[in-house]
Design a protein around this ligand. Structure first.
Ligand code: NZQ
Ligand code: ZN
Length: 387
């Protein structure tokens, strides 16, 4: 296990009555001027919007709707302008990862004088942010308790993530009932993303990380057991609750403690969703098995075999065949949720492989990942394995 510092400051209110904490959270922050950030309208159809507005009746509220999946810089810039114009004291993001990430970008941007993209391409950094609260309607990205924020620049579809403690929300409200209305496709994408956040951490070269290995195995098994239940019965509160809490824990950095994560699959996926605007979880269901097949013969077999045995119930004794069987079973599980696991399932061919591989390795020293360090050629190979 390697040295670490762990702190997660986000307060979680979980359960059927979680929304009742919204007023007291605003009071505690002294926030009477609120920017409400949300997506394309699902919160209005589901009644979550009305519940939020009822709790905010004592505050002045400005609204910024229209956040699209794979959210764009331009909308966040509009939010920053609204915060400045109206002296906003709290950004409240209601929705999935896209609404929350837009809220994070706005809260940070409101406290930074330069161009907002500076914060995403590493050209500058800020030291303050406005307080951010979230109401989660889609368990997937884990943004409600994460230090990450992912945004896409409109003009060149460059998608970049930024990790900083400033991105931790002050509070997040999680009511599993708000997820009953999710379409099966979004539920499935969320399940894949939650699993991927753990798998990116699970596949590490750091040894003696048994506690975090076992924590993730338990959460992965739990998600896999409950996913079919919610696909069959969308209003199964208990199954939705298990998935929602797992999604939050999967990305709140606890499971990263004492180890080095990989994150290559996320990088490979971000290029896909930037260019083709597919759902992040759908892209991960394509990229992750291909990444596993690539790393397996490159020293990856023992850890992949451990994953296959403990999470997927594989019994083969030799690591190589256990690992291979694990990838097959993982793919079959994601397919059973209705997702494709090949690029062709989403109508994507190989024509942009070069471009995506280049961008994937452009930011940090020409490589991606740590379990197996990938150069541009390796990224190309993985995209090809995913065709
Ligand atoms: O836009 P609305 O109308 O709200 O509809 C959304 C959207 O179309 C819909 N939806 C959400 N809750 C619903 C619902 N529909 C019915 N009932 C509900 N209860 O679902 C669609 C997808 O929403 P979105 O927020 O885009 O999905 P997700 O939560 O998967 O977020 C994806 C974004 O998060 C980023 C991804 O890259 C992507 O941009 N990520 C953010 C991370 C972070 N900040 O920590 C980490 C992740 O790895 C990820 O990269
Ligand atoms: Zn993710």
């Amino acid at each position: 296990m390697i040295d670490f510092t762990f702190q997660n400051p986000t307060r979680i209110h979980f359960g059927r009555g979680a929304m009742n904490h919204l007023e007291s959270e605003c009071r505690a922050l002294g926030a009477t001027r609120v920017l409400l950030v949300y997506g394309g309208g699902s919160i209005k159809r589901t009644g979550v919007y009305d519940q939020v507005m009822e709790r905010l009746s004592g505050a002045q509220v400005w609204e910024l709707g229209g956040v699209q999946p794979n959210p764009r810089l331009s909308l966040a810039q509009r939010g920053v302008a609204l915060c400045r114009e109206h002296d906003v004291e709290l950004v409240l993001a209601v929705g999935g990862g896209s609404a929350i990430d837009t809220g994070k970008a706005i809260a940070n941007g409101a406290c930074y004088d330069g161009p907002l993209w500076d914060l995403f391409d590493g050209a500058a950094t800020n030291t303050r942010t406005l307080p951010l609260g979230t109401v989660v309607t889609l368990p997937a990205a884990g943004s409600e308790m994460s230090n990450s924020c992912v945004l896409t620049r409109d003009e060149d579809l460059c998608k970049r993530g930024r990790n900083t403690p400033l991105n931790f929300p002050v509070f997040s409200i999680l009511n599993p009932e708000f997820t009953f209305t999710l379409p099966p496709f979004q539920t499935a994408c969320g399940v894949v993303d939650i699993m991927a956040h753990m798998m990116e951490r699970y596949f590490t070269r750091v040894s003696h990380v048994e506690l975090t290995d076992r924590l993730m195995e338990a959460a992965l098994v739990t998600v896999m057991r409950n996913a079919p239940l919610v696909m069959q019965t969308p209003d199964d509160y208990d199954a939705r609750a298990e998935i929602m809490w797992a999604g939050c824990l999967a990305h709140n950095t606890l499971y990263q403690t004492g180890r080095v994560g990989d994150w290559a699959s996320h990088k490979l996926e971000h290029e896909l969703s930037a260019l083709y605007d597919i759902a992040h979880g759908a892209g991960l269901a394509v990229v992750f098995p291909a990444w596993m097949r690539y790393v397996l013969p490159r020293g990856g077999a023992p850890k992949l075999a451990q994953f296959a045995r403990r999470v997927l119930g594989v019994t083969q004794e030799d690591d190589e065949s256990a690992a291979r069987e694990g990838v097959e079973r993982l793919e079959a599980f994601w397919q059973s949720l209705g997702l494709g696991t090949r690029l062709k399932d989403y109508g994507i061919d190989g024509r942009n492989v070069e471009r995506m591989a280049k961008r994937c390795t452009a930011m940090v020293g020409g490589t991606a990942g740590a379990f197996v360090v990938l150069d541009e050629a390796a990224c190309r190979e993985i995209y090809r394995l995913a065709l």
